[in-house]
Design a protein around this ligand. Structure first.
Ligand SMILES: [Zn+2]
Length: 426
């Protein structure tokens, strides 16, 4: 038994966090309340949580674990350990591995790998088209039968509207979400960052905001026409966000992610061609940061998801235009969102729990994770007075391509409990 004494309990409820003791027995939370003691004669490990917060384990529905195919960047094992390090106890992998996950057999092999190597819940999405080539539909029925709930070609936008329409018709019948990252390739061209004042002054080809907006509008219209549930990956522009809000109001089934880096950083942070800020969709403007934050608070965004995209140091050490897109996020998301937005009072723990734990699980048709009597013990002990320095030594991901590398951030994940087992203790 483990007894957590005097913790502040975070949940979807707004307002000050209630204080309670939490008693864990086996996989379950046996009791939550005041002055809880272990039953007579029972041994319990007592953890003093004075000043600390217990929050439900997080769920990140947009991660790239590069497994199979690029074990030099990440594997299911290292990726899931990175998740634990950041307080994340469930993830949804993107299917752009090598080979891509586009059949029931591919899904099964990946889930078998995860069962052997991950200590948390690892789910995978499947491709929309075979090999993410944008032409023939993938083995959608087979993937659905293996538990896939979302299909996506992620960073490879489907340019053929007929293919996307057929995929959505199909997905609707199978009650699958269709994920799309919105980019118009002819407009994005070989752009490496947001098109605007910063790209002009750095002399780097830009990707204009309308590249996202036009594709987003097109995809939402196809979703509206077919009645399918469309899920937007990593929306980056304020204008795009307003489009999503409008289609939501019209009753279109749409859910939408925002990545922490699109709230925290903008094109101005690229500074001296720092490839740790190169991501797709690109970092936009300071005004986008502010409006996306507002959209998160208003509920236009359903989920926070990191788009954890590991790359080797040698890949990222190339010049800015040649380096690959992508930054890691699993280990930094909770702490950095805490420091910038919760500690400062921009939003409460309720927003974080709703958007980074409950809602993504709801989309995955999983039970929400709660800290209540009888629930499975799956939570994070967080120390708001602690701090975390994101050194290479700290990180458990194989890659460390993050803007937070070697930076110190307020807040610390002190312990992670999954199915009643302590997976991490600092
Ligand atoms: Zn991605």
């Amino acid at each position: 038994m483990i007894l957590f004494k005097n913790a502040q309990i975070a949940s979807e409820q707004t307002g000050p966090l209630p204080r309670a003791d939490v008693l864990v027995e086996g996989e379950k939370i046996r009791a939550v309340g005041q002055n809880i003691e272990p039953p007579e004669g029972a041994e319990a490990q007592v953890i003093d949580c004075e000043g600390k917060i217990l929050l439900p384990g997080l769920f990140d529905m947009h991660v790239h674990f590069r497994d199979p195919g690029r074990g030099d960047k990440e594997t299911i094992k290292t990726g899931s350990e990175a998740a634990i390090n950041g307080g994340v106890t469930g993830v949804l992998m993107m299917p752009n591995t090598t080979p891509a996950i586009d059949s029931g057999a591919g899904v099964q092999a990946l889930l078998d790998n995860a069962a052997r190597n991950a200590r948390i819940r690892v789910l995978t999405s499947g491709c929309i088209t075979k090999g993410q080539e944008g032409k023939d539909l993938a083995g959608i029925a087979g993937m659905k039968s293996k538990g896939v709930f979302l299909i996506t070609d992620d960073g490879n936008p489907i340019t053929d509207e007929l293919v996307l329409r057929r995929a959505m018709d199909y997905a609707k019948n199978f009650e699958l979400l269709v994920g799309t990252q919105c980019e118009t390739p002819s407009l994005a061209g070989d752009g490496a960052m947001n098109e605007g004042a910063a790209s002009y002054s750095l002399g780097i080809p830009g990707m204009p905001a309308i590249s996202e907006e036009i594709c987003l509008d097109r995809n939402l219209r196809i979703a509206q026409h077919t009645g399918a549930h469309i899920h937007i990956h990593g929306l980056s522009t304020a204008c795009g966000m307003e489009t999503v809000a409008r289609f939501k109001n019209e009753g279109v089934k749409v859910s939408c992610e925002v990545a922490p880096h699109h709230l925290l950083f903008n094109e101005g942070d690229i500074g001296d061609y720092d490839t740790h800020f190169k991501t797709n969709p690109p970092l936009r403007t300071a005004e986008d940061n502010a409006r996306l934050l507002q959209g998160l608070k208003e509920g236009i965004f359903d989920v926070i998801a990191t788009n954890h995209a590991p790359h080797t140091q040698s890949d990222k050490n190339q010049d800015f235009t040649s380096a690959p897109f992508g930054i890691t996020g699993l280990e930094t998301a909770l702490v950095s969102l805490y420091e910038r937005f919760i500690k400062t009072g921009e939003f409460g723990w309720d927003v974080l729990v709703r958007r980074y734990s409950s809602e993504p699980r709801k989309l995955a048709k999983l039970d929400p994770v709660v800290i209540e009597e009888g629930a499975t013990a799956e939570f994070v002990l967080f120390d708001p007075e602690g701090c975390t320095k994101f050194t290479k030594k700290f990180m458990r991901s194989k890659s460390s391509n993050t803007p937070f590398l070697d930076r110190e951030v307020a807040g610390m994940v002190e312990m992670v409990v999954f199915n009643g087992e302590i997976l991490l203790e600092r």
